[in-house]
Design a protein around this ligand. Structure first.
Ligand code: COA
Length: 384
């Protein structure tokens, strides 16, 4: 597979009170068109990842909105797969190009989350879990990931201090990213001593509630070559698992992530050793540990070692979440997967400035929906 990345555009992530879902989306769409040096009429098809438009903004039909924003009447649909919506939209865009149905595709992700109370957001996000088995019984997403954290820390040698290092590193990267939600650096004590949310996860182990939009424009290989494109997507895979944790075979891994990674690596003809950096789904600090193991960047039960040895910083051996991840860059749920693709593109183009990974050729994105019921992996490669 060889799908070229023609352009990228992203809004600042955070509490963006002066803009609604439409304006956020339009902003990233125009930025990406400008970056790709394309006019709207050159887009054949649009896919937009969005999870909570209906529950948080009273707005469905985001597909038509994305098309109307550009004054187009082209095929345009909303894609939903919980927090993996953005990556699923990207995968659908790739499938449209591979099938020959489209040559140039715009993929957006957008979410407007901060206009309502935390209670409303928590209820809406819980739609990504199993309502009968989990939501109805009072579980929330911090609660679900706390169950995973307890299971993992009980079995493996992961201390509270090492788990906190995930957030410390992500805030260090976020402080070096112009579009991130949080620019403050943290210490391990800051993480451990912040407000308890769901034991052992404190506020600083949790991704925040975020507004934001991101857009990537992709094309088939021949168009991309003509436009001197540097960055290509060479693998794209999705796998699923049970909605509820109770029905999982194991709480010690997110096996959909593993399966999707293996399939994406096969398509891209790479091994984990060749990966220069990864943007992964750290909705809670423990989720990053699972992600690193799913990607094969550490053996099962051993990801903590990378954090203990500070190997996951942008200038270390295995850079993870150079954007700041969901924790510090922010997590506008439907936009996150597209943001990861944008960070991968920036790194491979050499545009990541203060957090630039040196000589990066291959980057991977890992985006999860729910507590691991959907996982999407993309492989990005610099070809020049
Ligand atoms: N990390 C760092 N700071 C955070 C934060 C986070 N995750 N969440 C909130 N804050 C900060 C706010 O910026 C605010 O700071 P200020 O007082 O300086 O302005 C302060 O903490 C209080 O914010 P508030 O909005 O009142 O927090 P809250 O208690 O309503 O929400 C959580 C905190 C953890 C409940 C919320 O961030 C959350 O639900 N996160 C998880 C989201 C999620 O589940 N996503 C899907 C994952 S699959």
């Amino acid at each position: 597979m060889k799908i070229g990345v023609l352009g990228i555009g992203i809004t600042k992530f955070g509490e963006i009170w002066d803009r609604g879902i439409r304006e956020l989306l339009l902003d990233s769409q125009l930025r990406a068109l400008n970056d790709a040096k394309l006019t709207p009429e050159q887009i054949d098809s649009i896919f937009t990842g969005n999870m909570c438009g209906d529950s948080l903004s009273g707005q469905l039909h985001i597909g038509a909105m994305a098309s109307e924003n550009l004054n187009l009447d082209k095929p345009s649909i909303r894609v939903e797969g919980a927090c993996a919506s953005g990556s699923i939209a990207l995968r659908q865009g790739i499938a449209a190009i591979e099938s020959g149905a489209a040559n140039i595709v715009m993929v957006n992700g957008v979410e407007k989350m901060t206009d309502v109370s935390t209670d409303q957001v928590t209820t809406a996000l819980m739609g990504a879990g199993d309502e009968e088995l989990e939501g109805f019984n009072g579980l929330t997403f911090p609660g679900l990931y706390a169950l995973l954290a307890n299971a993992y820390m009980d079995k493996y040698d992961l201390t509270r201090e090492v788990l906190a290092e995930v957030s410390v590193k992500n805030h260090y990267h976020g402080a070096r990213n112009t579009y991130s939600q949080f620019k403050n650096e943290l210490t391990i004590d800051d993480v451990i001593n912040s407000t308890m949310v769901a034991d052992p996860l404190t506020l600083m182990d949790c991704s925040p509630i975020t507004d934001g939009a991101a857009t990537i424009i992709i094309a088939n290989e021949s168009i991309a070559k003509k436009m001197n494109t540097e960055v290509y997507i060479t693998g794209s895979a999705l796998a699923t698992d049970t909605l509820s944790l109770a029905r999982r075979k194991s709480l010690l891994e997110i096996s959909a992530g593993k399966m999707a990674a293996q399939n994406a690596y096969k398509q891209a003809k790479i091994t984990p050793k060749e990966i220069n950096f990864a943007e992964v789904h750290d909705c809670f600090s423990i989720a990053e540990i699972y992600a690193v193991e799913a990607l094969g960047l550490a053996k099962q039960g051993e990801a903590g070692k990378l954090y203990k040895e500070k190997q996951t910083y942008f200038d270390a051996k295995t850079p993870i979440n150079t954007s700041g991840g969901l924790k510090a860059c922010g997590h506008p749920v439907g936009a996150t997967g597209v943001k990861q693709a944008i960070e991968a593109t920036m790194q491979l183009r050499g545009e990541a400035k203060e957090r630039q990974v040196k000589n990066a050729t291959i980057g991977v994105t890992h985006n999860v929906g729910g507590s691991g019921a959907t996982a999407v992996i993309h492989v990005f490669k610099r070809m020049k």
